[in-house]
Design a binder for this molecule. Structure first.
Ligand code: SF4
Ligand code: SF4
Length: 214
């Protein structure tokens, strides 16, 4: 079976695009300040609206990912019911994670509202969306890593009694990862090279550090 889990600590995108002006990245956390976050959401929203006609491929991939999230959500509801309630040390207390560029793309391309801020402003605090009842964010606007992380207790629960889950996870996880890559690629192609025109770098996006737009 393919590996379906991972370690929160090594999970974030290592090539976050840097845009939104000075201060967009703080200590490696993208858009950590309220101003950089607001500017980034505004910019993405405008870009998606302006390029809508060229974003069909990216939007279709976003739709597929959201559909898989729905299916995975049912599985995870079952899993959390039997594991997280009694957890002595919830992983979200220690997870150093944040929304990366693909997470934001998915949110905007699927017509969702971005959360009011990045998960954390620095390395020391906790995720701002962790509540006494668990995560306050719907799955579709959480970082992908928050969904794909499956802790050892959950792996044991899967092995013990969720028939079909290992097969589904082994199939879905690489699929979603690949669709996210392709979604970003399709987005960059559409924004930089809309149909029927010359390559169109904009100042907003030209500072993107993503490999797929180099
Ligand atoms: S996913 Fe695992 S570590 Fe995280 S809260 Fe649930 S049981 Fe605890
Ligand atoms: S967004 Fe939700 S799932 Fe992810 S670290 Fe924060 S509280 Fe946990």
């Amino acid at each position: 079976m393919e590996r379906v889990t991972g370690d929160h600590s090594e999970s974030n995108c290592q090539r976050n695009p840097v845009f939104g002006g000075a201060g967009a990245t703080e200590g490696g956390i993208p858009w950590a300040s309220a101003a950089a976050w607001r500017e980034t959401q505004r910019s993405l929203k405008r870009t998606v609206a302006a390029s809508l006609a060229d974003l069909g491929a990216a939007a279709t991939l976003a739709e597929r990912i959201m559909h898989r999230y729905d299916l995975a959500g049912d599985l995870f509801d079952e899993l959390t019911d039997v594991t997280c309630g009694a957890c002595p040390r919830p992983c979200c207390l220690d997870a150093k994670v944040w929304l990366d560029f693909k997470d934001l793309l998915l949110i905007h391309l699927s017509g969702q509202e971005a959360p009011p801020g990045q998960l954390r402003r620095d390395w020391w605090g906790r995720c701002r969306y962790l509540t006494s009842n668990g995560c306050a964010l719907p799955r579709g606007v959480r970082p992908w890593v928050c969904t794909w992380y499956i802790c050892p207790d959950q792996r044991r629960a899967i092995a013990r009694g969720l028939p079909g889950a290992p097969v589904r996870l082994a199939r879905w996880w690489p699929q979603i990862t690949s669709w996210r890559d392709r979604m970003e690629h399709a987005f960059m192609l559409a924004v930089y090279r809309p149909s029927g025109s010359q390559r169109r770098p904009t100042s907003r996006w030209s500072s993107c550090g993503s490999l797929s737009c180099r």
